[in-house]
Design a protein around this ligand. Structure first.
Ligand code: C2E
Ligand code: CA
Ligand code: CA
Length: 757
């Protein structure tokens, strides 16, 4: 930074130059001959001062070389004029040494202006400005020629031709610069353009006076140049930095094009008018107008190329996924529909397991980063004839050719690549991610797009198999998918007609065998399909959101049953399975608490069984609903505990009070030492955390004994009772020793109820 701020400095430069210009005018009016050398010296000094200021500032900031070039041109020109101003009174004739030095400034300045164009535009656009400058410049020069110069210049001579060429160059420079100034929308650039225009006007006028029969020098031109260079330098000092292409608004482009068209139209009208007045059209006019025409044609070609390139870019953007740079779903569809030869072609659809948790736990920007990384890894796995697409979200696709083993091998490697990529996100550490892949072959002559749907069906089958697996679409998959569709359709009807009902299975105290509560299990027998297992229809219901309506019906039924059988008075708890999908419905907790209250069931009699997957993501809204429910007194149980792969950290913050050990562990604890070890340590863990532990799926006395031996207080299973229809509930409960009249505070529900408050 210099001592004087830029704004002050360019104001100073301008002020001084206006005073100098005025001084030249005053002297000129008094004595024209004396004003010429006086004006030369003064305009030279102002150019020197301005140029030097620019040069110094550029040395300090080292911004862009074009400023230094134009500054140097100002210094050169000023130097020449000062010399000329000294030489003229001494009797030197045109051109003096000073004039020659000043002339050197021309190419330097033009080089600088050329560079300044480059900074605001890519080469194609710069060529376009230049052409536009030549169009307007050619017409302007022709007009000037016809109006003034044709009478005084002899085009038969070398100097005559030179003078025409100079005229064209000068008007073109003005025009190009004006176009650039308009384009850049920067007051600094506009100031430069005005300064250069003033200078060129003065130069043209000087030339005109020198060529005219009376000859000599004009002091008026010198008064003008006192202003010109300082304006140029002031503009340079004021100019902002180069613009980035994103800043170019379409509004600016439109304004510029309109102005350009307007100026050209005006010039054309003036030129036509001049032909009307004087119909003789000489060679120079033709050459100048011709130059303008050629430039117009070139400009048109450039514009066509530019808009063509733009169109291509826009078009290709529609087929590219911005985040990963991969081709998108639209590109895949286009590719599939354009394929004539479908032989040996396959579509692999890949979906990330668990990605929603990543997004929820680590944030979306990390998720995005992971997806981009994933895209690279997938591409690396693929050969040249295997193209990767991003279908959206965490879904990718690969279009591959080859025989079935090749494609299966590819699927294998894709799954592996996802696991590797998941581990390689900087700053995140270990992210456990997997992928499922669905594969479908393209059928010769078959509908091209059905392959997408088929690979999606195969993908769903792969997801059902568990993580990191792939499935090839085949008849079996097709049949499964057909069955799902059927089950969904029938279930919709069943939910409407309230045909899904509940069975109850008791939960008992393992030491006494007395009942402490019942678990309500959904049962459905469809008139067409026959009995459908809850495993099947609950899954379909969750995938289609039918679970929300169904779950509400079952909760209502369970609660009213509990009230009807006076669970409260008998210290029995009623356990209901709820799906995460239900829990994510906003307001679920409040609705349920209302419902419990309306029925007059104490909230502590109700147990909600949820699987641990809900607790894995801290941001899952289901977690918040459960917290509300727990705060309202409802008891939460972690169902199928030990069966999933969730890390145990969630146990610290979850609102559950019961752990239900999964049947797969309990049933194998006698035959498998590891199962036994897991069950016993889970029992200890539960006890240490103050949670009630329930062993699920006890089928024989030996298992019950083993559970008692490791200190598990509660159990459930066929040993005690199978699930029964609600009509038989009373008999069942009575058989298992729950008394309808006395209150047994030693039961599990008693402890749960007191804990819950
Ligand atoms: P779950 O919550 O683990 O339910 C326990 C399952 O174990 C029940 O199967 C039950 O009949 C069975 N079971 C109980 N004791 C024994 C035993 O000693 N041996 C064996 N082998 N099995 C035993 P079910 O009724 O087929 O239910 C399967 C799953 O469907 C349930 O697993 C639960 O996740 C889901 N489900 C059932 N009803 C509902 C419901 O109303 N809503 C929701 N969201 N899910 C439900
Ligand atoms: Ca359950
Ligand atoms: Ca269970």
């Amino acid at each position: 930074r210099g001592l004087v701020p830029v704004s002050t400095r360019w104001g100073l430069v301008l002020g001084v130059s206006v005073v100098c210009g005025a001084a030249v005018v005053v002297v000129g009016l008094l004595d024209g001959a004396a004003a010429v050398p006086f004006g030369s010296v003064l305009s030279g000094l102002t150019a020197l001062a301005g140029g030097a200021t620019v040069l110094v500032r550029e040395r300090q900031t080292r911004r862009e070389p074009f400023r230094s070039l134009i500054g140097a041109a100002a210094v050169l020109w000023g130097l020449g004029q000062v010399i000329a101003g000294v030489q003229i009174p001494a009797g030197a004739s045109y051109p003096t040494t000073g004039d020659l030095v000043s002339t050197l400034a021309g190419p330097v300045a033009i080089a600088g202006l050329g560079l300044s164009l480059r900074r605001i535009a890519e080469p194609q656009a710069a060529l376009r400005f230049t052409c536009e400058g030549l169009v307007a410049g050619g017409l302007g020069a022709a007009l000037l020629w016809r109006a003034a110069f044709a009478g005084v210049v002899d085009t038969g001579t070398g100097p005559g031709v030179l003078s025409v060429a100079i005229l064209l160059v000068e008007t073109a420079v003005v025009a190009v610069l004006s176009v650039a100034a308009l384009r850049e929308d920067d007051p600094g650039m506009v100031t430069v353009a005005v300064g250069v225009s003033l200078f060129i006007a003065a130069a043209v006028f000087t030339q005109y006076v020198a060529l005219s029969p009376s000859g000599g020098w004009s002091w008026e031109a010198r008064a003008l140049t006192c202003l010109a260079w300082p304006l140029v330098c002031a503009g340079l000092l004021r100019m902002g930095g180069a613009r980035s292409p994103q800043d170019e608004g379409y509004a600016l482009e439109r304004r510029r094009t309109l102005l350009f068209a307007g100026v050209v139209a005006l010039l054309l009208v003036a030129l036509l008018w001049s032909v009307v007045i004087d119909p003789t059209v000489d060679g120079v006019t033709l050459v100048l107008v011709g130059t303008s025409l050629v430039a117009a044609v070139v400009r048109d070609v450039v514009v066509a190329l530019q808009s063509g390139a733009l169109l291509d870019r826009v078009r290709s953007m529609a087929y590219v996924d911005v985040l990963t740079g991969l081709s998108n779903r639209r590109a895949l569809v286009a590719e599939l529909t354009s394929r004539d030869d479908a032989s040996e072609s396959w579509v692999l659809t890949l979906d990330l397991d668990n990605f929603k948790n990543v997004n929820g736990q680590l944030g979306h920007s990390c998720g995005d980063q992971l997806l981009a990384q994933m895209a690279r890894q997938l591409e690396e796995v693929c050969r040249e004839d295997q193209r990767v697409f991003r279908l959206g979200g965490d879904e990718f696709a690969v279009l591959a050719t080859g025989d079935r083993p090749t494609v299966e091998h590819l699927a294998e490697r894709l799954v592996l690549a996802v696991r590797v990529a998941a581990l390689a996100v900087p700053g995140v550490g270990r992210v456990a991610l997997g992928a499922s892949v669905g594969i479908a072959p393209m059928m010769q002559g078959g509908a091209t797009l059905s392959v997408l749907a088929e690979s999606a069906v195969a993908l769903r089958a792969a997801k059902e198999q568990g993580r990191n697996s792939w499935v090839v679409y085949a008849d079996q998959v097709a049949a499964d998918s057909e069955r799902r569709r059927l089950v969904e359709a029938r279930l919709r009807v069943a939910v409407q007609n309230r045909q899904v009902t509940l069975h109850a299975q008791p939960v008992v105290r393992l030491d006494t065998g007395t009942v402490s509560g019942v678990e309500m299990l959904a049962r459905w027998t469809d008139p067409e399909l026959g009995p459908v297992t809850p495993a099947e229809f609950i899954d379909v219901a969750e995938a289609s959101s039918l679970i929300v309506a169904l779950g509400e019906q079952l909760l209502e039924l369970a609660i009213s049953t509990a009230v009807q059988h006076r669970f409260h008075e008998r210290d029995l708890a009623c356990a209901v399975n709820v799906s995460p999908v239900q829990l994510r419905v906003p307001g679920f907790a409040d609705d349920l608490l209302d419902r419990v209250q309306q029925h007059g069931l104490p909230a502590s009699r109700l147990i909600l069984e949820v699987t641990e997957q809900i607790f894995v993501s801290a941001t899952d809204p289901a977690g918040a609903e459960l917290q509300r429910l727990a705060a309202g007194g409802v008891v939460v149980a972690v169902d199928d505990f030990g069966a999933g792969s969730a890390a145990l950290g969630y146990l610290r913050r979850m609102p559950g009070r019961i752990l239900k050990l999964d049947r797969s562990l309990v049933a194998t604890m006698l035959s498998d030492r590891r199962s036994a070890a897991i069950v016993s340590s889970m029992a200890q863990l539960g006890a240490a955390m103050g949670l009630d532990v329930v062993a699920e799926g006890i089928e024989d006395e030996a298992t019950a004994a083993a559970c008692r031996a490791v200190g598990i207080p509660y159990g459930q299973g066929w040993l005690y009772a199978r699930d029964v229809p609600l009509d038989d509930l009373e008999d069942l409960v009575a058989d298992l020793g729950a008394c309808p009249l006395t209150v047994d505070t030693s039961t599990v529900v008693g402890s749960l109820a007191s804990d819950a408050t």
